[in-house]
Design a protein around this ligand. Structure first.
Ligand code: C2E
Ligand code: CA
Ligand code: CA
Length: 242
C-alpha cells in the first residue's frame, strides 16, 4: 500500500478554468522517500507487474474523481497507459469493468498513450486504439513530437487530443526553434480536428504565448504541480483559475 496518486490540474487556456486533471502515480517508499514513476514504470513493465499497476491506478483514480464527475458532467481525468499495457489483450475489458464499478461515463475518461508506444508496433496499436475508441473514452497522444509518427499514420488514428511534449514547451519562450515546433504542432492538431494540450508550462510568458497561438489546454508547474487529492480539493476551492 505504498503507491499514491497525485493529480495535476489542466486549464482551458482561453476561458482560464479548470476542466480536467492528469492522474500521476508515485511510490511513497518508507526508507527511500517519494520515488518518481520514471524510475518504476519500466521496471513494472519488465517484471510483469504493469497490468496490476495499471488496474490499481485506474481504479484509484476513478474512485477519487467520482465526486468531480457527479458535480460537473464535463469534468475529465487523464490516465496514462504504458507501452506494454497498451498491448495487453485484457486491457479493454479491464477498463470497461473499472468504469462500470465506479459508475463513470466514458466521456469523463481520457487515456494517454505516448507517441513512441504507438510506434513500437503501429498496426497492433491501431487495433487496440480502435477497440478503446469503441468504449467511448477519449484518447490522447502523449509526448507528441518525440515519437516519429508519420502523418499518414496519424490521420488514421481514432484520437481526440495531442499533448505537445514538455521538452518543447518548457523552453519555448527562450528558444526560437522550440517555439516554431510548438506553433506547428498546434496548427497540425487543429487541422486534424484535435484538441491540443501543452504540458510543461512553467511561466506566465509561456502561457500567454500559447494563448496567442490558439492552444486549447494548459498544464504545468506555473498553474499547479501534481497534488494529492486533499490538496487538489483545497487548490480548486482557492485558485484564481476559476
Ligand atoms: P508524462 O505523462 O509526460 O507526465 C508529465 C510529467 O511532467 C509528470 O512527471 C509531471 O509531474 C511533469 N510536469 C508537469 N508539469 C511540469 C512542468 O511545468 N515542468 C516540468 N519540468 N515537469 C512537469 P511525473 O509525475 O514524474 O511522471 C513521469 C512519467 O511517468 C509520466 O510522464 C508518465 O509517462 C509516467 N507515469 C506517471 N503516472 C503513471 C501511471 O499511472 N501509469 C503509467 N503507465 N505511467 C505513468
Ligand atoms: Ca501523460
Ligand atoms: Ca507527456
Amino acid at each position: 500500500d505504498e503507491l499514491k496518486m497525485h493529480y495535476q490540474p489542466q486549464i482551458s487556456i482561453h476561458q482560464q478554468f479548470v476542466n480536467s486533471v492528469e492522474a500521476l502515480v508515485r511510490w511513497q517508499h518508507p526508507e527511500v522517500g517519494l520515488i518518481s514513476p520514471d524510475r518504476f514504470i519500466s521496471l513494472a513493465e519488465n517484471c510483469n507487474l504493469i497490468v496490476p499497476l495499471t488496474l490499481w491506478t485506474l481504479n484509484t483514480t476513478l474512485r477519487h474523481c467520482k465526486p468531480f464527475f457527479d458535480r460537473s458532467q464535463d469534468f475529465c481525468v487523464s490516465v496514462n497507459l504504458s507501452a506494454v499495457a497498451l498491448h495487453e489483450s485484457d486491457l479493454v475489458e479491464m477498463i470497461r469493468q473499472s468504469m462500470q464499478i465506479w459508475g463513470i461515463s466514458p466521456n469523463n475518461l481520457t487515456l494517454e498513450v505516448t507517441e513512441s508506444a504507438m510506434m513500437t508496433d503501429p498496426e497492433s496499436s491501431m487495433q487496440r486504439l480502435h477497440r478503446l475508441n469503441d468504449l467511448g473514452v477519449n484518447i490522447s497522444i502523449d509526448d507528441f513530437g518525440t515519437g516519429h509518427s508519420s502523418l499518414a499514420y496519424l490521420k488514421q488514428l481514432p484520437v481526440n487530443e495531442i499533448k505537445i511534449d514538455k521538452s518543447f514547451v518548457m523552453n519555448m519562450s527562450e528558444n526560437n526553434e522550440d517555439r516554431k515546433i510548438v506553433r506547428s504542432v498546434i496548427d497540425l492538431g487543429h487541422n486534424f480536428g484535435l484538441q491540443v494540450v501543452a504540458e510543461g508550462i512553467e511561466s506566465e510568458q509561456t502561457l500567454s504565448e500559447l494563448r496567442g497561438m490558439g492552444c486549447d489546454i494548459g498544464q504545468g508547474y506555473y498553474i499547479s504541480r501534481p497534488l494529492p487529492m486533499n490538496e487538489l480539493l483545497n487548490w480548486i476551492n482557492t485558485t484564481t483559475w476559476n
